[in-house]
Design a protein around this ligand. Structure first.
Ligand code: 5GP
Ligand code: ZN
Length: 112
């Protein structure tokens, strides 16, 4: 499968990895939108949040545990934002489930 995030998870293409375990990995976004901008992905290919099922959702729960740990490790004690863009209306551009962990500045609400 020609999936850039599968290739990053398999280390077939390089990334600035910040965390890895059996289920997930996390790496810095190429085009950061905040002082801290990390992408957290399941290693197994899940195309989008529309594809989360009872069979694969444990990885998603684990991603949120990793997000809390990374936020603490990266100094985001004032808070952070986790974003998932899903599908065309959600402006998803990479078709492998990923969660943006954003922090280090005051976020705005609502999003555009
Ligand atoms: P999406 O719009 O799908 O939610 O976000 C995809 C994100 O992946 C974007 O923020 C983009 O900058 C990032 N991205 C795309 N290709 C690469 C890559 O090869 N390496 C890294 N580190 N980030 C990427
Ligand atoms: Zn993939």
């Amino acid at each position: 499968m020609d999936c850039i995030f599968c290739k990053i998870a398999a280390k077939e293409i390089p990334s600035n990895l910040v965390y890895e375990d059996e289920q997930v990995c996390a790496f810095y976004d190429l085009d950061p939108q905040a002082p801290v901008h990390v992408l957290i992905i399941p290693k197994a290919h899940i195309a989008s949040a529309q594809e989360i099922t009872p069979e694969n959702s444990a990885a998603v729960a684990h991603i949120f545990e990793v997000a809390a740990k990374l936020a603490a490790d990266l100094g985001l004690e004032n808070g952070f934002r986790i974003v998932n863009n899903c599908g065309k209306d959600g402006q998803q551009t990479v078709q492998h489930l990923h969660f943006h962990l954003l922090g280090g500045r005051q976020m705005q609400w609502p999003p555009g």
